[in-house]
Design a protein around this ligand. Structure first.
Ligand SMILES: Cc1cc2nc3c(=O)[nH]c(=O)nc-3n(C[C@H](O)[C@H](O)[C@H](O)COP(=O)(O)OP(=O)(O)OC[C@H]3O[C@@H](n4cnc5c(N)ncnc54)[C@H](O)[C@@H]3O)c2cc1C
Length: 490
């Protein structure tokens, strides 16, 4: 499988700046205990069970609820939004392509449209796609211009996003269950038919016709025995972990002016930070001028599904937060009165597992082809690549039935993961998975047998942008055997 550096002709697009390599793993004890079998209560029965209330899970629950499915959204935390809120990843990446056309629409457009002024910051639509050097330079410092092109990639208030997500789910008719950790899939004749969750009430079960695994880490599909990939490129950030944070009491315009006007002084400041603390991160703009966002330092060499590693990253990130405050307060213009506002309640995981799907998105697909089972269109990684058609098959396990897997653990190679894991793309795949799960439950179909034409018509009705061009290949994604051949050679 290619690496991101290969995708960029030897140049890494998103480099992992640090490699810890010193993760101390607890030596296995080599001993086990036997857990007693027990009867557990069925807490609820539904058509569609969505496990995980991040961007993908919220979009899935809304889509399934609106289609009339009895939908239940299970979330381990006390809020919705996943990394986009609890992870403080409030910088919603590009929804426009390099010409400035908005290609990620549907749920994304509706959700962002609900945020009131003051809760969302970014360039106005008229500026999207602008290549004017001064405009792009101004927005680049505010995370809304890349490669000299102004983009639709706003920063948003996480509390307002939590509320908007919750209200959209409830308005759709779906129900929410917070403080419920999806532990095991319920299996019947080899297919997923619900899940067991852990809670303060103990272990409980939910029966469902179709399950959407939106945990981001593939918790459900991995435990159901679906094949997945966990390969990483150690030099690439796509697998890095960190707990993000916010500093309040800052003057971001002052800091941004300093960065723009005194790049050498800024470079020396960053260098001194790296010398002092080894891992050092620059401040990003947030949705407010008095709040700074830190989405790193990005730590590599850890596993996102190892509880000791997760703990080690938390300890290191929290220490780094305090060290950064000290250095920024002492040296960075605009930070003299900064204070530690919030460390993210959810650890920042970019990559844990990626489903091996009936279909997939591979680096070789970045050629403008339109997939016959397209469920949405993603902006590409860089202006030299055309938009990327996202197939339904990337959410469907190679063999396992009764489960769909939208979000950052969808089926793709590590190159394509670098942009398909972004929040707008998770909304896109989540919306499609929720609608497909509702159709499957309603019509008593296997999730892999959902008619693509019906799915696409439903998505268009909800404002999703699909390609106008003719799809490559005429056969619809329907049967397991035709799908499996799509992934041969991976
Ligand atoms: C530090 C960092 C910076 C990033 N920067 C950007 C950026 O600038 N722009 C951008 O668009 N994207 C960015 N991303 C990527 C993006 O945030 C994520 O890939 C995206 O949020 C994934 O959405 P998701 O719904 O698949 O998963 P998540 O956001 O991880 O949501 C998963 C949800 O499932 C819940 N959950 C997990 N397991 C269980 C379980 N077993 N039972 C019940 N609930 C469970 C979690 O609590 C969470 O609510 C960044 C990611 C990180 C970590």
């Amino acid at each position: 499988m290619g690496t991101n550096s290969e995708a960029q002709g030897g140049r890494l697009f998103f480099r992992s700046e640090t490699f810890a390599g010193d993760a101390r793993r607890r030596p296995p004890t080599g001993e086990t205990v036997t857990e007693a079998a027990r009867e557990i209560p069925i807490h609820a029965q539904c058509d569609v069970l969505v496990v995980g209330g991040g961007p993908a899970g919220v979009a899935a629950a809304v889509a399934a609820g609106r289609r009339g499915a009895r939908t239940l959204l299970l979330e381990r935390n006390n809020h919705l939004g996943g990394l986009s809120t609890g992870g403080l990843v409030v910088w919603i990446d590009r929804m426009t392509d390099w010409s400035g056309r908005k290609v990620i629409r549907g749920f994304a457009e509706e959700f962002l449209g609900r945020l009131p002024p003051g809760a969302i910051a970014g360039p106005p639509p008229a500026a999207w796609g602008s290549r004017d050097a001064a405009t792009a330079a101004w927005w680049q410092l505010r995370t809304a211009a890349f490669h000299g092109v102004v983009t639709h990639s706003p920063t948003c208030d996480p509390e307002v996003m939590k509320l908007a997500a919750m209200e959209m789910v409830l308005e759709s008719g779906a129900e929410i269950l917070f403080h419920a950790w999806g532990a095991e899939p319920l299996m019947e004749e080899g297919a997923v038919r619900g899940a067991i969750f852990e809670s303060k009430q103990g272990r409980r079960a939910i029966r469902a016709a179709c399950v959407v695994d939106a945990t981001g880490d593939g918790d459900l599909f991995a435990r159901a025995g679906a094949a997945f990939d966990a390969d990483i490129d150690e030099n690439d950030i796509h697998h890095c972990m960190n707990t993000s944070w916010l500093f309040g009491g800052v003057n971001m315009p002052r800091y941004q002016r300093w960065r723009a006007e005194e790049p050498e002084a800024f470079g020396a400041f960053m260098q001194r930070g790296r010398e002092r603390f080894r891992y050092f991160e620059r401040a990003f703009a947030s949705w407010r001028d008095d709040v700074a966002l830190f989405l790193g330092p990005r730590l590599s060499g850890y596993s996102a599904v190892d509880v000791d590693d997760l703990t080690a990253v938390e300890i290191q990130s929290h220490r780094l937060m305090a060290q950064h405050l000290e250095h920024y307060r002492a040296e960075a213009p605009g930070f003299r009165n900064a204070w530690m506002m919030l460390s993210a309640p959810q650890i920042g995981i970019r990559h844990a597992r990626r489903l091996r799907g009936a279909g997939s998105v591979l680096r070789s697909d970045w050629d403008g082809r339109v997939r016959a089972d397209e469920i949405g269109v993603s902006p590409s990684l860089a202006p030299k690549f055309p938009n990327v058609s996202v197939p339904y098959g990337a959410l469907v396990p190679e063999r396992l039935d009764g489960l769909l897997a939208p979000g950052r653990h969808l089926s793709c190679d590590s190159n394509s993961h670098s942009f398909l894991r972004e929040i707008p793309q998770c909304w896109l795949t989540g919306q499609a998975a929720g609608l497909a799960a509702a159709i499957a439950a309603d019509r008593n179909l296997a999730s892999r047998a959902v008619p693509i034409a019906e799915l696409q018509a439903g998505l268009r009705k909800e404002g999703v942008h699909l390609s106008d061009a003719e799809p490559a290949g005429s056969e619809e994604f329907q049967t397991a055997s035709s799908c499996i051949s799509a992934t041969e050679g991976r």
